[in-house]
Design a protein around this ligand. Structure first.
Ligand code: CMP
Length: 138
C-alpha cells in the first residue's frame, strides 16, 4: 500500500467539482485515508511549491493557490503515486488526454484543478506538510 497527497485546488472548490474528482479516485479503488479543507497561506505555498518559487509563473501561481480554500486528501492504494498522476493527466490541461481529470474538466495550465505528488519521496514530504499529525505513520 502506498500513500499520495492530492490537493483539490481553488478552481475545483469554486466550480463544485470536488465530489466528481473524489468519485473518480474512489471508483478506481483508492481509499481516502484523510481529508481536510484549509486556506493555503503564502508561506505554505512557498514551501509546497519551493521548486517553482523562482519561476516566472510563481507570483500568479501563489495568487491562485491562496485565492480560496483547497481540499487536501491522502489517497492510499497499490502504486497510488503513479496511478493518481496518470488519472490527473498533463499539467497543461489543454494538452491533457481525454479520460483524465484535467483532460475532461479543465483547459488551463495554471487552473488545472488538482495537484498530486510526483514521487513517493514528495508524497512523504507533502503529507507531513499538510497533515502534520500523520508524521511517522507512513
Ligand atoms: P501542479 O501540479 O500543482 O504543480 C505546479 C503548478 O504550477 C501546476 O500544477 C500549475 O498549477 C502551475 N503551473 C505549472 N506550469 C505553469 C505555467 N507554465 N504557467 C502557469 N502555471 C503553471
Amino acid at each position: 500500500m502506498e500513500k499520495t497527497l492530492v490537493l483539490l485546488k481553488p478552481d475545483a472548490v469554486v466550480r463544485k467539482l470536488c465530489g466528481e474528482i473524489l468519485r473518480r479516485f474512489e471508483n478506481k479503488g483508492l481509499n481516502i485515508a484523510d481529508i481536510r479543507m484549509l486556506n493555503i497561506t503564502p508561506e505554505l505555498a512557498r514551501i509546497h511549491y519551493s521548486e517553482h518559487v523562482n519561476k516566472p509563473f510563481y507570483p500568479d501561481l501563489e495568487k491562485y493557490i491562496t485565492s480560496s480554500p483547497v481540499v487536501a486528501v491522502i489517497l492510499e492504494g497499490e502504486s497510488a503515486v503513479a496511478v493518481v498522476r496518470k488519472m490527473i493527466g498533463s499539467t497543461n490541461a489543454a494538452d491533457a488526454e481525454s479520460g483524465t481529470i484535467r483532460g475532461d474538466l479543465a483547459l488551463s495550465n495554471r487552473q488545472n484543478l488538482v495537484h498530486a505528488s510526483d514521487s513517493s519521496q514528495s508524497a512523504k514530504r507533502e503529507i507531513e506538510l499538510f497533515f502534520p499529525n500523520q508524521k511517522n505513520l507512513n
